[in-house]
Ligand binder design. Sequence first.
Ligand SMILES: [Zn+2]
Length: 220
Amino acid sequence: MDEIVEGIRKFRRDTYPLLKPLYDRLVSTGQKPRVLMIGCSDSRVAFETLTGRGPGELFIVRNAGNIVPRYGAYMGGVTASVEFAVMALPIEHVIVCGHTHCGAMAALLKPELSADMPAVQNWVKFAREAKQRIDKAETKVFDRHLRAAIAENVKLQLEHLATFPCIEERMRAGKLKMHGWVYEIENGDVVEWDQTGQKWLSLTESEETKRDVSGRFGRV
Ligand SMILES: [Zn+2]
């Protein structure tokens, strides 16, 4: 805890003065983020660091497994945060970002890992369909099975988001774009789901040379 408090002192002493004009503006005009990110709570996923963004730029909803229950299936904090972001803020892009080595997705595949965690079991059931969709060939090796589940879950949660009336309406009007990402902790890459081409592409490669990297996530 000492390190955390020291970090706060350092922030107030060194960082805050540099950002004071930005914070003043954010206080006087309010937040106006254009990106809603839905990510996992995993401590290894740091969105501002990953995207080079600062205060006021990302509205972030995090939970175990970057899950968004279908609208009406579970009206809780995640639903409220997404609804607020889309309706009250100038959000233009919604990003669901999964990540490799996800514990929540491991719990989805192996319920015995969370046998004494009823809340986790109850929560990951909103990703169960992803498990059902994975090619049976991927289930033989756990690491491949997990990567396939992580990728398929991102696609499933995008579908769930599209059931929100506020999102459906804005997508239809061309005011909102949806993005599905997976962050690969082991190599720093971020891959994006190409809905048109039905394949995963690396966001870190230039547009012309983007390769299909779906093989990293099984045949999903
Ligand atoms: Zn995770």
